[in-house]
Design a binder for this molecule. Structure first.
Ligand SMILES: *[C@@H]1O[C@H](CO)[C@@H](O)[C@H](O)[C@H]1NC(C)=O
Ligand SMILES: *[C@@H]1O[C@H](CO)[C@@H](O)[C@H](O)[C@H]1NC(C)=O
Ligand SMILES: *[C@@H]1O[C@H](CO)[C@@H](O)[C@H](O)[C@H]1NC(C)=O
Ligand SMILES: *[C@@H]1O[C@H](CO)[C@@H](O)[C@H](O)[C@H]1NC(C)=O
Ligand SMILES: *[C@@H]1O[C@H](CO)[C@@H](O)[C@H](O)[C@H]1NC(C)=O
Ligand SMILES: [Zn+2]
Length: 586
């Protein structure tokens, strides 16, 4: 039974953990004792300053849960001052203005952008952003090495004293998506004014959430640590791309290639980049969902080519090439993609957390989640339920969306060539090949049924018939699903750092008592990290900020904004993470 009561920690005053029964408390002490013997992560916080432990004792630690809460991990750095980041009004104002200034520099990218080597003028606003950083973060620019990779990519290096340790990388992107000119008058404040409204504790503007906030937070955190006299053992890189919102070909790709050249494969401790934050999923439940897996993507182009002619005399089978592609699209859409149970998909752990911590979900759903591994009936039912939920349906299967269609030139001429482009987001556990082959199989059915040839890229599989031929090809770049970040000790430390930021009083808009859990999750979209897979398996896409309920609406759209207290949480988390990695990671 989950019972709520106040924590004693002043800073966690409106948050709460679930109380322990005395049996669970004894179990927990025993568990800590065991962990203590096997891990110095725990022992430092238990035997040193006891404050972390004091907070921890208010956390529920229910042994039967699959979705466990970890112990918060607090650094022992002598000048450690998280309060100054989270609760100092003067600092808050300074941090807000630094973010606001960065939003005011319009670093919009388009779908296609010239390389900076060819057209540096195009990137002028980015150079302005660089000067802005120099002015706002003087210590970072005085003490750290800065290389500009492919002219605009920023690579800051803070060299550690022990070069045998794998460096850590913090990422973010400097660019933002365009503001649709037709929506300019719908913005509460102009999109590039970076208005800081103290009354509502909010900063408005394009990039406030995606992701000038993270970009500025990372540099600001280094500035704070430098001022506090921190000297890392482990080298820290900031690697800041500049065309994430188009494809990352100029930015992330060059930065990652450069890092791989310099350091080699599997040379990095961990990477943190933009991603999900913290969501309130029930009245009394906050869930932090770092992304450990990303779906892949592929665009498949299907063309139907065949003889034209006068429309007064259509083909004998009654179908023009447009009709044939319509048949194919209709077949693909009706078939859809089945949901799959792929155990490595992080979404299952997320569902465990929801089932165990969201008291309000239906007993049926809860049962299906928790019994999926012991009963096929429950597993099938779970997949069925998920397919009908907007939030989850695309996390357990490959998606397809026919986004472009073209064909025909004149109302009295039979169309000679038509094509459609289908965008797929590839499920964790599946592959580019698997999806491509599936589309080919659908095309083969239509080719056989209506007597057409079939071609895959340049390879003819069925010769062109009198009716014509169906051609299947890949359009643009494809990405495999990202390797799922393992749940190892690096992930453990990451999680414990989030809990630590929470117990220190991290922002929450909620005034009620809260439970708080951290769970891995999966994203249906890609980030710049797709270029960095060779550098480490430990990639976490996460911003330590509570997502407002309307976040999805303003994301890439009108009235993008962030709570300043959320921005401070992001800085607080990065501050904790850098210190914890330096102190506790091996
Ligand atoms: C832990 O350190 C803080 C200051 O950093 C101090 O106020 C607190 O009393 C210490 N707690 C214990 C149990 O030593
Ligand atoms: C609050 O922040 C300001 C600006 O960084 C700093 O000068 C001041 O000393 C801080 N106050 C406290 C109590 O730490
Ligand atoms: C921002 O920059 C983009 C690209 O340079 C430009 O098209 C757009 O008009 C700018 N927006 C504003 C409001 O200045
Ligand atoms: C958690 O329960 C609430 C009811 O309080 C429900 O509205 C919400 O959708 C649930 N969250 C999830 C992720 O299932
Ligand atoms: C990663 O390494 C593989 C094999 O060494 C190489 O083929 C691939 O291009 C690299 N990926 C990236 C994104 O650089
Ligand atoms: Zn982004």
């Amino acid at each position: 039974m989950d019972v709520k009561h106040e924590t004693s920690a002043k800073r966690a005053k409106h948050k709460n953990y679930v109380a322990l029964s005395s049996i669970a408390a004894i179990f927990m002490l025993f568990f800590l004792y065991l962990m203590n013997r096997s891990s110095n992560l725990i022992s430092t916080s238990c035997h040193g300053n006891m404050s972390v432990y004091d907070k921890f004792k208010d956390i529920t630690f229910t042994a039967e849960k699959k979705c466990l809460i970890s112990e918060p991990l607090q650094p022992t750095f002598e000048n450690y001052d998280i309060d100054n980041i989270l609760f100092n009004e003067t600092f808050k104002e300074i941090a807000a203005l630094k973010l606001s200034g960065a939003i005011q520099i319009n670093t919009t990218v388009q779908d296609m952008n010239p390389s900076p080597k060819e057209d540096i003028e195009y990137w002028a606003s980015f150079l302005k952003l660089h000067s802005y950083f120099e002015k706002e973060f003087p210590l970072v620019h005085e003490k750290l090495e800065l290389e500009k990779v492919n002219e605009i990519g920023l690579l800051y290096k803070w060299e550690g004293s022990d070069t045998s340790l794998k460096p850590m990388i913090l990422m973010a992107h400097q660019d933002v998506v365009p503001v649709n000119p037709n929506t300019l008058d719908q913005w509460t404040y102009p999109a590039f004014d970076g208005v800081y409204d103290k009354e509502t504790d909010t900063i408005w503007g394009r990039g406030a959430f995606d992701c000038k906030n993270l970009l500025v937070a990372e540099i600001h955190t280094l500035e704070i640590l430098l001022r506090q006299g921190f000297a890392p053992k482990r080298t820290i890189y900031l690697s800041l791309g500049f065309d994430e919102e188009s494809s990352g070909v100029h930015g992330a790709a060059s930065l990652a290639e450069y890092l791989e050249e310099q350091l080699g494969q599997d040379s990095i401790y961990s990477i943190v980049d933009e991603g999900f934050g913290i969501s309130k999923i029930a009245d009394d439940l906050l869930i932090a969902t770092p992304i450990l897996g990303e779906k892949g993507s592929i665009n498949v182009k299907i063309s139907v080519e065949g003889p034209g002619g006068h429309s007064s005399s259509p083909p004998i089978n009654g179908h023009t090439n447009i009709g044939i592609i319509a048949k194919l699209i209709s077949l693909m859409e009706d078939a859809g993609f089945e949901p799959e149970y792929t155990p490595e998909n992080p979404v299952w752990e997320l569902l465990d957390c929801i089932a165990e911590w969201n008291d309000s979900i239906s007993p049926e759903f809860k049962d299906a989640i928790l019994k999926r591994d012991v009963s096929k009936h429950h597993k099938d039912k779970l997949l069925q339920m998920l397919t009908n939920m907007q939030t989850f349906k695309e996390l357990v299967r490959t998606s397809q969306a026919v986004d472009i269609i073209s064909g025909g030139v004149k109302s009295n001429a039979l169309p000679e060539d038509v094509f459609a482009i289908i965008n797929h987001r590839i499920e964790v556990g599946s592959s580019i090949q698997e999806v491509y082959q599936r589309d080919l199989a659908m095309a083969r059915i239509i080719a056989k049924t209506y007597d057409y040839g079939l071609q895959l890229e340049n390879e003819v599989l069925i010769p062109k018939s009198n009716n014509g031929i169906i051609i299947v090809s890949q359009y643009g770049n494809a990405n495999e699903p990202a390797p799922v970040s393992p749940k190892n000790e690096v992930w453990d430390l990451f999680k414990k750092t989030i809990y630590n930021t929470f117990v220190n009083g991290m922002d929450s808009k909620s005034t009620e008592k809260m439970n708080f859990v951290v769970s891995p999750s999966t994203a249906t979209f890609n980030t710049d990290t797709k270029s960095y897979w060779n550098l480490t398996k430990n990639i976490y896409r996460f911003m330590c900020v509570e997502l407002p309920p309307d976040a999805l609406k303003s994301f890439h759209s009108v009235d993008e904004h962030i709570a300043v207290s959320g921005h401070l949480s992001t800085i607080g988390f990065l501050y904790n993470y850098i210190l914890n990695v330096d102190e506790y990671a091996s």
